[in-house]
Design a protein around this ligand. Structure first.
Ligand code: ADP
Ligand code: MG
Length: 399
């Protein structure tokens, strides 16, 4: 038996490979051995033992060995636990729910379950106020009483409607919150393969116009002037809900989180390691691929595409974003992503710029401060706004 650098005499007395451990199974034979740190510790304990006036009998030695081994193992387990603790990154809390007609995921670092619940509650509340298909929602009631009487609106609905009107003006009517009758006529995603006649489209378009919406902040009411008019906030409400959820998380002191409401992404702060969030923009024709990746922090990244709800007839795609000028699905872009600090604004602008197309749309983006865009044309060209290009935080992937 090789005894390493310890003299035989010493090993015989203080190592585990003594008379009661003839094989020396637990003894480190040389410093490089796997158990060497353990056995070194045991040896040190043994040296202490040596200083006892009477050298112990073998049952005491065995008891000692058991205790010493226990101590050594605990020390190892404890130190490895500490190391793992140092290296481990803080785990995020994550929750996914289906709401606002889409899959919504919130992932937050340093959050509690209550904070996550509050974020979802806030979004659910916005949906309950602005979902026009529910007759007791603010917008449902507003539409129901169109041409007859004003209805009381909550602060949030009032604010979202004001924002919608603002973006309708900014986009020269490309964003139009009064397209309810046209959207119902086409019924994209609700009834299959229906293409309305020109007359039907014209009739629906007669009921549009932000000039026919009357908002009175004093009485906290809204009124639609023409019977049959219908407000539809599908192009902005999700963004509004995400802004509210982000605010709720920030108020709870959360500094690193991502909210993803089916194409409406908002990132709070940076990732815990200090790097920016990488948000992928879906390839408009290959659902399992991305067309670009942006690296961002504290911002909304919102995409409108012609691939979310659509049907195809005779090789033509009919989708859910309409050009108010024609009453037909907008055809100048197939994907439009807006990056800006407000999710409400990003949502409204993603729909507006989708309708305006690459030229007028990119002009609008370049005119607005803090607004960037990634557009995809029907020919597969990817256009990036100047600010985003200059910042160098976008990577366009091959088609
Ligand atoms: P999504 O809601 O699918 O993420 P958008 O934000 O672009 O995509 O919103 C599309 C929705 O907005 C439609 O389903 C419809 O309710 C509404 N909408 C369609 N066309 C317009 C438009 N030109 N202006 C405002 N809202 C629109
Ligand atoms: Mg939108």
């Amino acid at each position: 038996m090789h005894k390493g650098r310890w003299p035989d005499r010493e090993l015989a007395r203080f190592s585990l490979g003594g008379p009661h451990d003839p094989g020396g199974a637990l003894t480190a034979r040389r410093p490089g051995h796997l158990f060497w740190p353990v056995t070194s510790l045991l040896r040190t304990c043994g040296l202490l033992f040596k200083s006892w006036p009477d050298y112990p009998s073998w049952p005491v030695t065995v008891a000692f060995r058991i205790v010493a081994l226990g101590l050594a193992v605990s020390a190892l387990v404890f130190s490895s636990g500490l190391c793992a603790g140092c290296l481990r990154r803080p785990a995020p809390l994550e929750r996914t729910e289906f709401m606002m007609d889409t899959v919504v995921t919130v992932k937050a670092f340093g959050a509690s379950q209550e904070a996550l619940s509050e974020a979802f509650d806030v979004m659910r509340r916005v949906d309950a106020l602005m979902n026009r298909y529910s007759e007791d929602s603010d917008i449902g009631l507003l539409n129901l009483h169109a041409g007859r009487e004003p209805v009381r609106l909550s602060d949030d609905t009032m604010e979202c409607l004001e924002e919608a009107i603002r973006y309708a003006k900014i986009s020269d009517g490309a964003f139009d919150p009064t397209l309810g009758p046209l959207i119902d006529l086409w019924g994209i995603g609700k009834r299959a393969d229906f293409i309305p006649s020109r007359e039907e489209i014209e009739r629906a378009l007669k009921l549009r116009g932000i000039d026919k919406i009357v908002l009175d902040p004093k009485t906290e009411t809204g009124f639609l002037k023409v019977e049959g008019m219908k407000v539809d906030l599908g192009g902005i409400a999700k963004g509004f809900a995400v802004d509210r959820a982000a605010l709720a998380l920030k108020r709870r002191g959360i500094r690193s989180a991502i909210i993803d409401a089916g194409g409406n992404v908002y990132v709070i702060g940076k990732k815990p390691d200090g790097s920016e969030w990488r948000v992928g923009i879906r390839h408009p024709r290959k659902s399992d691929r991305m067309i670009a990746v942006v690296e961002v922090s504290d911002t909304a990244v919102v995409t409108s595409g012609d691939y979310q709800r659509y049907f195809e007839k005779n090789g033509v795609r009919y989708h859910h974003i309409f050009d108010p000028a024609t009453g037909e699905p907008a055809r100048k872009l197939i994907s439009c992503t807006i990056i800006c600090p407000s999710s409400t604004r990003a949502d409204a602008l993603s729909t507006a710029v989708f309708v305006l197309g690459p030229d007028l749309g990119m002009d609008l983006v370049e005119r607005l401060p803090d607004v960037e865009a990634v557009l995809v044309t029907p020919r597969g060209e990817v256009l990036v706004s100047s600010g985003l290009k200059a910042a160098g935080n976008v990577r366009v992937l091959p088609w």
